[in-house]
Design a protein around this ligand. Structure first.
Ligand code: DNO
Length: 360
């Protein structure tokens, strides 16, 4: 397990590289350029500016997240080949700076989604992200976008780039006749085009699952269950086409058995990295993000780490969203303190498993 942390760049993150470096066991980052719109080439100079800073802080940057896919690729529109060429250039550019894994998703229009980015947890006064399907039903997509941008306290939110959201109404309309099968075929087309480039440059693509783990606003979503992930892996036969298993995204749906998913795809050699966090169920399609501690939520964190230890011990991992605690003000989900506690908890589980295994 290589422990990493998400960092949004010097101008955009309230957390500093020095603080990240001081978290015990931190090997590097899962980085991103949060200002890039889907479809744009990530230029060498901008990648260099980000990664050189990371290296100067004595951290690695072998994973990059949120290289977002233009909707024309997902919808199979005429300009998709142009956007695919851009994507290939981005892969080669990232590889030349030592990037080995790219995390992306194939969710139509909207990336992850919550109905409240800062819900008070009465028991201890902390705040966490919260989702309630009943609340969502009363909102139009545009109202939800407004609510999310108001709740983000001026910070950029990954997957919620302004350009994409400006075109929201039109894009939602364009998806009206899209079925999951058509979406998967467009996905296959994309993979067939880019995976040879990944093979040439030693990069693995890691697909992030749908968050939450069900369709929203009637949009087709194809990455939220064990069988969905099987279908995705079957789209292209290469170890460079893999998964980013996100326990909290898949875990929003109680019927998803996360340790079993990790075991299955880990054994098949198709997990490149993991986002690990816990979820507390509060009713049907109603949940909040809890601390990483098993007893605070409903996921089996030991089972998840054990499955990873047994089947894919070398993958990159990061603690995922954290609560806001100790008065911290920052990007919802991406404060310093609770994510640092999460990193320590995951490493504690790992050490205990490692000790028991070796001293058996
Ligand atoms: C949410 C993140 C996602 C993830 C992207 C990858 O906080 O986990 O934004 O990075 O879906 O493309």
């Amino acid at each position: 397990m290589k422990m990493t942390f998400r960092w949004f760049g010097e101008k955009s993150d309230q957390v500093t590289l020095k603080q990240i470096k001081q978290i015990p066991g931190m090997s590097g980052l899962m980085g991103l350029l949060d200002y890039k719109a889907a479809g744009e080439v990530w230029e060498r100079e901008e990648i260099a500016a980000y990664i050189n800073q990371v290296h100067a802080a004595k951290l690695e940057c072998e994973v990059i997240e949120s290289v977002n896919i233009h909707e024309d690729i997902k919808m199979g529109f005429g300009l998709r080949d142009e956007y695919i060429e851009n994507y290939k250039t981005t892969i080669a550019n990232l590889a030349s700076f030592g990037v080995r894994v790219i995390v992306y998703n194939f969710m139509p229009v909207l990336d992850w989604l919550r109905t409240d980015l800062s819900r008070l947890i009465e028991e201890d006064g902390s705040k966490s992200m919260f989702y309630d399907e009943a609340e969502l039903e009363g909102l139009t997509p545009l109202e939800l976008v407004r609510r999310t941008s108001e709740g983000s306290k001026g910070f950029s939110m990954p997957g919620w780039e302004p350009k994409r959201l400006r075109e929201l109404e039109l894009t939602l309309k364009q998806y009206e006749d899209m079925t999951p099968d058509i979406l998967r075929e467009n996905y296959r087309y994309f993979l067939n085009a880019i995976i040879p480039t990944c093979e040439e440059h030693g990069v693995t693509m890691a697909c992030h699952p749908d968050d939450p783990a069900w369709p929203i606003f009637g949009l087709p979503r194809i990455a939220h269950s064990h069988s969905d992930l099987e279908k995705i892996i079957a789209l292209h036969d290469s170890p460079h086409h893999a998964l980013c298993v996100c326990s909290g995204s898949l875990g929003s749906e109680p019927s998803n058995d996360i340790p079993a998913i990790v075991r299955h795809f880990g054994t098949a050699g198709r997990i490149a990295c993991m986002h690990i966090r816990n979820v507390k169920y509060m009713g049907y399609r109603r949940f909040r993000e809890s601390s990483h501690l098993t007893s605070d939520g409903d996921l089996d964190m030991y089972g998840i780490v054990k499955a990873m230890y047994d089947t894919c011990p070398d993958v990159y991992v990061r603690p995922d969203h954290g609560r806001m605690i100790w008065g911290e003000v920052g990007r919802p989900g991406y404060g310093l303190y609770d994510r640092a506690l999460g990193a320590m908890y995951l490493q504690g589980l790992w050490d205990a498993i490692d000790n028991c295994t070796k001293n058996k």
